[in-house]
Write a protein that binds this ligand. Structure first.
Ligand SMILES: [Zn+2]
Length: 270
């Protein structure tokens, strides 16, 4: 992958025949106690001090990724719209800055149904944000969770259930990565010899969880499954030297996972 173009809210990389654009939705300041230790207790303070997290807040960057293919643009996740922190919800501004019209989004896929991944599907008026999108791919285990989101009613007709292993077009394959949510799904993007794993919420706090992948997140629906999926995915991406794109890695959120003396380390793609 190679960086082609960058602004304050977007960065476009080439990947084989494709263009991958990281889009910043902004950030949210979370309580440090959102991190949980192995037994569900609060994360030991030593982890936080080692990671330089001495303040009261843990900053969570929020990213989405647009996969530009010869067959059209697929948006993976879509930020929080106006439904969450006032410091987030900037995805539509990021698209503007990148010169990509909302009308040029041909389809949307979501990694899971949490507020920071789905609410950018609608505008403040609740009208669809991506008027030309022909489908919203939702992991099949989360179809009910999606349907419960009444503010997304205007896009419910576009929902297509997504199974583990299913392809979206020619270049993107859904891969089950359950744990953080019951249907949490990653997307493997492949073109020629280039690959990228858009991994959603495998990591929430990069400064802590690469070195200590056993640490979980309060909002993991299943803490044990989230932990074992994280360990599996970190192992695989390090072993295969498979670049990753993370919803909560520091913007633009694309880089490599390496084995380190203590667990894993993250090397952003510069
Ligand atoms: Zn998230």
């Amino acid at each position: 992958m190679r960086l082609e173009r960058q602004g304050s809210l977007f960065a476009t990389f080439s990947l084989g025949k494709l263009k991958v654009t990281a889009l910043s939705d902004g950030y949210a300041d979370m309580r440090i106690t959102t991190l949980k230790g192995m037994d569900g207790a609060l994360a030991p303070p030593t982890f936080l001090t080692e990671a330089g997290l001495t303040g009261e807040k843990l900053r969570l960057d929020v990213n989405a990724f647009l996969i530009g293919t010869p067959d059209g643009n697929l948006l993976i996740d879509n930020g929080s719209g106006d439904a969450w922190h006032s410091t987030a919800g900037r995805l539509h501004d990021a698209l503007d800055e990148a010169g990509i019209a909302r009308n040029d989004v041909g389809a949307v896929a979501i990694t899971h149904t949490h507020v920071d991944h789905i609410n950018g599907l609608v505008m403040t008026s609740l009208k669809p944000a991506f008027p030309s999108a022909s489908a919203v791919y939702v992991p099949e285990k989360e179809i009910k969770l999606f349907a419960a989101e009444s503010r997304l009613a205007r896009v419910s007709g576009l929902v297509r259930p997504l199974k583990d292993g299913q392809m979206i077009g020619e270049y993107v394959t859904a891969e089950a990565a359950y744990g953080h949510e019951i249907g949490h799904t990653a997307f493997l993007v492949e073109s020629d010899a280039d690959r990228l794993l858009v991994w959603g919420d495998i990591i929430h706090a990069p400064a802590v969880q690469f070195a200590h992948p056993e640490i979980t997140w309060e909002f993991d629906a299943d803490q044990d499954a989230a932990r074992s999926t994280r360990l599996k995915v970190l192992g695989r991406t390090a072993r295969e030297q498979l670049p990753v794109a993370g919803a909560h890695l520091a913007f633009p959120g694309i880089g490599h996972v390496k084995l380190s003396a203590e667990g894993y380390a993250y090397l952003p793609l510069s």
